[in-house]
Design a protein around this ligand. Structure first.
Ligand code: DX5
Ligand code: ZN
Length: 218
């Protein structure tokens, strides 16, 4: 299975965000991962749909939007209009997961479910028919640069089995604390989309292509 890399712009230089998106795309990224945080669902604030819209024309690859916000449902349309291609939501948020996923699908976008480290992987089961992506959090969401939580590996293995037994093509994404040391483990456990902030943007522009190559594993 081919491995895709989705660099998280959270680790980029925000003062030249457009340029960073362009550079990381040219370096071979498959998706651009956009972490949206509200200071309520997670203890940090990042960007909203206007920022996403402002960088949409800097890259032709899919925008992989990770919504760590609660409520989430009222904001979905804004991210659709901003040019998102994939939108992932958290079942831990209070809004109705089913309603949110249907809303994303109604715009012909790919829908993802992102699950926190303390959430059982089986939470995805009722939604399998609607999902295009499952995002396993391997840190508690809120900040880049945290340490990988290794229990995510078992979760990936269980989800890989569940996905392979379903008749659907669902991507399995891992997010948080991914580095050149643990990358092979997460790929071997079944992940096929790798989110990386710190590791992707490490060393500045000249290193981006090399970083992305290493994040595809052996
Ligand atoms: C964490 C975010 C991640 C994070 C990844 O809440 O969802 O996407 O930016 O950053 P690193 O790779 O530095 O852990
Ligand atoms: Zn993320």
């Amino acid at each position: 299975m081919s491995v895709k890399v989705s660099p998280s712009i959270l680790a980029s230089n925000f003062s030249s965000l457009g340029e960073e998106v362009k550079s990381i795309t040219e370096a071979g990224a498959d998706y651009i991962h956009l972490d949206v945080m509200d200071g309520h669902f997670v203890p940090n604030l990042t960007i909203g749909s206007d920022v996403v819209k402002s960088i949409r024309d800097k890259s032709q690859i899919p925008f992989d939007v990770h919504l760590m916000i609660d409520p989430v449902e009222p904001y979905i349309d804004g991210f659709v209009q901003a040019g998102a291609d994939i939108i992932s939501i958290h079942p831990e948020a209070k809004d109705d997961t089913d309603v949110c996923l249907k809303k994303i699908k109604s715009h012909n976008l790919k829908a993802g479910l992102a699950i926190n480290p303390d959430t059982n992987w089986e939470v995805v089961k009722p939604y399998m028919d609607m999902l295009d992506l499952i995002l396993v959090m391997s840190v508690h969401p809120g900040f880049g640069g945290q340490k990988f939580i290794s229990s995510a590996l078992d979760k990936l293995k269980s989800l890989r089995k569940e996905i392979d037994q379903s008749s659907r093509e669902i991507e399995l994404e891992i997010d948080g604390g991914i580095n050149f040391e643990n990358i092979q483990q997460v790929i071997d456990a079944g992940a096929n989309v790798i989110v990386a902030g710190t590791a992707a943007f490490r060393g500045g522009k000249a290193e981006y292509a090399n970083n992305i190559q290493k994040l595809r594993g052996k």
